[in-house]
Design a protein around this ligand. Structure first.
Ligand SMILES: [Zn+2]
Ligand SMILES: [Zn+2]
Length: 275
């Protein structure tokens, strides 16, 4: 299985020179099990999806006959790249947009057509060109057409958000962005992550910063590590970097965190891994 991070910044894109090592694009993740027959899944359409779209159009990556684009939730930093997703303008593209879980959300299509109303953007959803389908799965397990299993849990985040586990054959990756643990670590996240090959976990704050950001919907580095330790994952990837954390700060935190959890990486835009 392969994973590529197209956006790892939380909350808002940044473009200052001191932020370029980790990158400025907001959340977009590409999960590919094509070689194993599992197909592909894009998670979230932060600004990073612009480059992913170009890679699909240029044939640099294989996204399958139908592009599966899943959403954890619909905060700006997770949807704002969608109007710049090139395959959505290709009349030969089929795009399946989905989210899942038990939480109530308004009409999924409306969420996208609203952000593309003429007051906000020159091209409207229905004029993009691709065949786009929308589906909300009201379940906590979705089986992909190629047999990949996606387990879903609701996590604590303003307005709601989901954590997912993508599993095919014996390989699994957990994507848990935008989560604020209650006073204790959320046991459902530990269960979802149990023995996963890779856990991708939100960590926007230090423990000190978290104290002044209660209710903002995010985790601290030590909370992400605690989940990784308790769920016995092989590798922990930290993402959703705070827009005020520059490269120097993140490099330092990455080094500190590695002392506690050896197989740990802070995600950078364009970071890839295979497992
Ligand atoms: Zn976010
Ligand atoms: Zn959010």
């Amino acid at each position: 299985m392969k994973i590529k991070f197209y956006g790892t910044r939380g909350s808002i894109p940044v473009s200052d020179p001191d932020f370029m090592e980790f990158g400025g694009n907001t959340t977009c993740l590409f999960i590919s099990g094509v070689d194993e027959g599992a197909g592909t899944l894009i998670m979230d359409a932060g600004t990073g999806i612009r480059k992913l779209g170009k890679d699909i159009m240029d044939g640099n990556i294989e996204a399958g006959d139908e592009i599966s684009l899943g959403f954890t939730h619909f905060h700006w930093d997770h949807v704002q790249g969608f109007p710049f997703f090139a395959p959505a303008y290709n009349s030969e593209s089929k795009i399946h947009i989905s989210t899942a879980g038990k939480r109530k959300i308004q009409n999924l299509k409306d969420i996208f057509s609203t952000q593309m109303q003429s007051i906000y953007f020159p091209v409207q959803l229905e004029n993009m060109g691709a065949q786009i389908e929308f589906e909300k799965y009201n379940t906590d397990v979705v089986v992909g057409e190629k047999g990949a299993i996606v387990n879903i849990i609701e996590v604590n985040h303003p307005g709601g958000c989901i954590g997912i586990r993508f599993k095919f054959n014996k390989k699994s990756v957990v994507f848990c962005t935008d989560i604020e643990h209650p006073d204790e670590i959320d046991e459902d996240v530990v269960k979802l992550s149990m023995n996963a090959d890779v856990l991708i976990h939100d960590a926007q704050y230090t423990d000190e910063e978290l104290l002044t950001h209660k209710g903002w919907g995010h985790s601290s580095y030590s909370q992400a590590i605690e989940v990784a330790e308790r769920s016995n994952v092989k590798q922990l990837i930290i993402t959703h970097h705070d827009p005020d954390h520059d490269d120097e700060f993140l490099r330092k935190m990455e080094k500190n965190c590695k002392e506690r959890f050896k197989d740990l990486v802070f995600a950078r835009d364009n970071f890839e891994l295979s497992f």
